[in-house]
Design a protein around this ligand. Structure first.
Ligand code: WTA
Length: 648
């Protein structure tokens, strides 16, 4: 029997998000969002129209309004007399710390904006950011926003190859990076990947300037005339910068995410709507009270969670937050709890995969620290299993903190489905209901909405929302095809399976397309397959996401070797050199997060008569299940061959 958890009256009383929000949004959808935009954001010029959906699926929100995102995240808090409030408590992996107030942040952002201008960056130019989790990452993003130069942040764990594709697709003229980053106590290079991404060979790079933050102090290769040290260029700049207001629909950033094909999609977001919804959700879902809370989102800035819930939402709200550079087990497995204890963190937003890892490490580790400051817990990135939810509440939340399980995507820009911590009776494992202002339904195979419990269907969003993606960079058609055609133009197709329970709660059931979710990171099967096939020994590859206790899903690859490779390799088992080499090859092509957990060398792949690989059957093998229906295979003996080959 499932147990649900009602909010305490004390929590409800102080909560930002109250029950009447649902009614307000229901009775006047546009009026509701217009009020959020005016209440939470400072506009240099007020908007005339809330939503223009006449050119659907291309939305315009807060039409005619003008604002500057960076001014909203920084300057206006200083102007309101909160310059002394801490914006960022930075905690380096090695224990170095920095305290940055809003007044400090204003100066840092102004200097960086002046520097970028001096280097020729102007409104509309794209800037790539490839940085570790250091304050300069936040500063760089805000400096770009200040100039109206869309940033494209590339996760520091991505390879030179992946960086190259993203720089080329966005046509970025400047890259901001660091000499290196600290990972598990050791410096690892970053600048070298930027060099390789630029000197790629096949085409001329659009990059004219590389601005390098000094972090690890390791030696780096230096290209005169192209490479500049951040501290030499930025530190000498004037500490003020006059910001210009931009149209509400001015592009704010591009962020690449995996889709069903090999080519990553450049999801692009604009200014007014994005800022409104990130600020609103951070206030009502995380229940942020900027005067008293210490907020900590453990995501990396290279993912959308870092964009929306480290940079734009919390800073627009004037939050005090922790920024942590490193991993949870460096130098010891209590590091997160030590940080919570040290800074009196009151709101913690993290991923289910991290929680499952902490569970595995043992209850005694968090028990050593004082976690009583925590009053709201959140999760994002994948479904959270009820056991992990209960452990999180019990061992981290002192048995009483509400947990908000928030469903959203790079494309949605901000939280869409989640409990409100002061209103919703919490049901562990379910993200529950669309937040006020958002509408979702579940459709069957025929595209008909239904509400019966336990029937599995497809999650769709039925109304535009302010922080929605405005497209895929440079590819209008792909935007329409991917999101607005599966069930017709009135439904945004999210790509997730979902069902209702008897109480009308929505349960998210994972991707229904060829996208995997490994530790909350989106990876495309096609992208990993094409990385594998680019290895000289591989003739064909099929990749599936198999269930994994800790990471949610794990990458499992089936490969067919080329004739010559087969003859040369003495051994092709799990630990063999060749398999190791193939795994490293994927890391080089995409990044270590994409490394297959398992590579199985097979002689055939299961295909339908039309030549489509039947991943469902491979998934059965990868998850050690009895193999399902094989009747649609072109050659039904293939699965037997695969399985007998594996047992050898
Ligand atoms: C999954 C991350 C279940 C989902 C913000 C979605 C979730 C994909 C949840 C987007 C959740 C995210 N419960 N599944 N609370 N949150 N997902 O673009 O499959 O990296 O489509 O954005 O993560 O991943 P993305």
């Amino acid at each position: 029997m499932s147990q649900s958890y009602a909010p305490s009256p004390e929590f409800t009383e102080q909560a930002n998000g109250q029950a009447d929000l649902y009614e307000q949004a229901e009775s006047d959808f546009e009026g509701f969002w217009a009020a959020q935009a005016r209440e939470r954001i400072t506009w240099s010029k007020d908007f005339e129209e809330t939503l223009d959906w006449s050119d659907a699926p291309f939305a315009k929100w807060f039409v005619g309004g003008e604002l500057n995102a960076s001014v909203n995240c920084v300057d206006r808090h200083v102007d309101a007399g909160n310059g002394d409030r801490v914006a960022i408590h930075f905690e380096g992996e090695g224990g170095d710390t920095r305290t940055i107030t809003y007044a400090d942040l204003q100066k840092l952002v102004a200097q960086a904006a002046n520097a970028l201008e001096e280097l020729g960056v102007s409104t509309g130019d794209r800037v790539a950011i490839y940085l570790p989790m250091v304050p300069e990452a936040v500063v760089a993003m805000l400096a770009c926003a200040r100039l109206g130069a869309p940033h494209s942040v590339v996760f520091g764990g991505f390879s030179a190859e992946a960086l190259h594709t993203r720089i080329a697709d966005a046509d970025a003229k400047l890259v901001i990076t660091a000499d290196g980053q600290f990972r598990r106590g050791k410096p690892s290079p970053l600048k070298a990947a930027v060099d390789a991404a630029i000197d790629h060979g096949d085409d001329e790079s659009p990059v004219q300037t590389v601005l390098v933050v000094r972090r690890t102090e390791e030696d780096v290769r230096w290209v005169e005339g192209r490479d500049l040290w951040w501290h030499e260029v930025v530190d000498k700049q004037p500490e003020t910068h006059e910001a210009q207001a931009f149209d509400s629909e001015h592009p704010l950033f591009i962020l690449y995410t995996s889709g069903t094909t090999g080519k990553p999609k450049g999801i692009f977001h604009t200014t007014g709507g994005y800022l409104t919804q990130t600020a609103y959700t951070n206030a009502v879902v995380h229940d942020l009270h900027p005067e008293s809370d210490v907020y900590w989102c453990t995501a990396d800035i290279g993912w959308v969670t870092g964009h929306s819930y480290i940079v734009y939402g919390p800073l627009a709200n004037g939050a005090t937050q922790v920024l942590y550079e490193g991993t949870p087990d460096t130098p010891h497995k209590g590091r997160f709890w030590e940080i919570v204890d040290t800074y009196d963190v009151s709101i913690l937003y993290t991923a289910p995969t991290a929680i499952r890892t902490f569970m595995k490490w043992g209850d005694d580790i968090p028990a050593k620290y004082d976690l009583s400051s925590l009053r709201v817990l959140g999760t994002v990135g994948e479904p959270i299993n009820p056991e992990a939810w209960r452990w999180y509440r019990e061992h981290i939340g002192g048995g009483s903190a509400p947990i908000v399980d928030t469903w959203w995507q790079t494309e949605t820009g901000a939280i869409m489905i989640s409990p409100l911590p002061g209103v919703t009776e919490l049901e562990p494992g379910s993200a529950q209901k669309p937040i006020p202002g958002i509408s979702a339904e579940i459709l069957d195979d025929e595209g008909k909405p239904f509400t019966e419990p336990d029937k599995v269907g497809y999650l769709v969003l039925t109304k535009p929302w302010p922080s929605m993606l405005r497209g895929i960079w440079g590819d209008e058609q792909r935007y329409k095809d991917t999101y607005w055609s599966r069930f017709g133009p009135e439904y945004y197709f999210a790509g997730d399976g979902a069902k209702y329970d008897g109480e009308g709660n929505i349960w998210l059931l994972g991707r229904v397309d060829d996208v995997m979710n490994v530790s909350g990171h989106r990876l495309s099967t096609a992208e990993i397959e094409s990385a594998l096939v680019s290895h000289e020994a591989v003739a064909e590859a099929a990749v599936v996401g198999a269930n994994d206790e800790t990471t949610g899903q794990a990458v499992v690859a089936f490969v067919i070797l080329r004739e010559e490779a087969r003859e040369q390799a003495d051994e092709v088992g799990e630990g063999s050199d060749l398999v190791q080499e193939m795994r490293n090859h994927v890391a080089k092509e995409i990044g270590p997060i994409a490394k297959p957990r398992t590579i199985m060398v097979v002689s055939e792949l299961p295909k339908t008569r039309s030549g489509k690989i039947m991943r469902r059957l491979l998934k059965d093998v990868a998850e050690n299940r009895e193999v399902g229906d094989v009747t649609t295979l072109a050659d039904s003996s293939v699965m037997e061959q695969i399985q007998s080959g594996l047992q050898k």
